[in-house]
Design a protein around this ligand. Sequence first.
Ligand code: BEZ
Length: 288
Amino acid sequence: MRPVTDNLDFNERTASAIVSGRLRPGNDRLGVAVSGIVSHIHALVSELRPTRKEFREIVAFLTDVGHATEDHRQEWVLLFDVLGVSTLVETMNSARPAGATPNTLRGPFYRADAPTLSLGASISLDARGEPLTVHGRVTDLDGKPVAGAILEVWQPNADGIFENQQPDLQPEFNLRGKFVCDQDGGFIFRTIKPGGYSIPSDGPVGMLLQRLDYPLNRPAHLHFRIGAQGYQTLVTQIFDADDPFLTQDAILGVQRDLVGEFRKSGAGEWELAYSFVMAPARIQEQAS
Ligand code: BEZ
């Protein structure tokens, strides 16, 4: 049957069929996605029955999100992050076997060009904050060491600010570095205890969240990216178990397996012991 594309009978009941009928048919995922989005929006509009003024406000909000987006600020990504969409898509695309460390979003603060440092070195270039030693092992699912795994780490300072957010105040590459794990998959580096932070609250997304009393905080964490031949690259975050916002992460990134215990050592310094479990590369990754 030919799809209905004729608008003469456009009404609440026929709206979705008419718009979907106008989209290019076939297996094109874009057409399927646009058709799905349209029918969900039509259903929502039918349910909520917005006034003209409310509709203008929605359009104004989306316009503001667009205007707030620039090279160094991605307000659209922030919107998807806080609505849980980014983490949901990441979860679907990074399912790992039981026992493997879960993957999370990489986030906007990663730099691929951080320097390679010797095991035991400090990534804190300004020595501001409470000293922390991080150590552990990288293993496979059977607990065997992944010797030579490349571990990249990046984190915010004690005020919750990453080096690339504050290029004039923090030394370049502060609180980031690359390490090569030893024969036992072991790694150790020195740093400072990261601070938690709030996602940007001065843009349209932050303002909307504040109006709705939605959490804006990200609990304190360190980011890791771990790569090794024959394994799926692991991009993850390890969170401070004692952070008051642990269960209220603005971007819904915390999982139970990613919570680490920051303990005070005998010398009064902080210590975090955490080991990562890598999953074997998928067949197509091994081939490429
Ligand atoms: C972060 O603040 O580290 C972050 C933000 C959005 C997505 C992932 C991470």
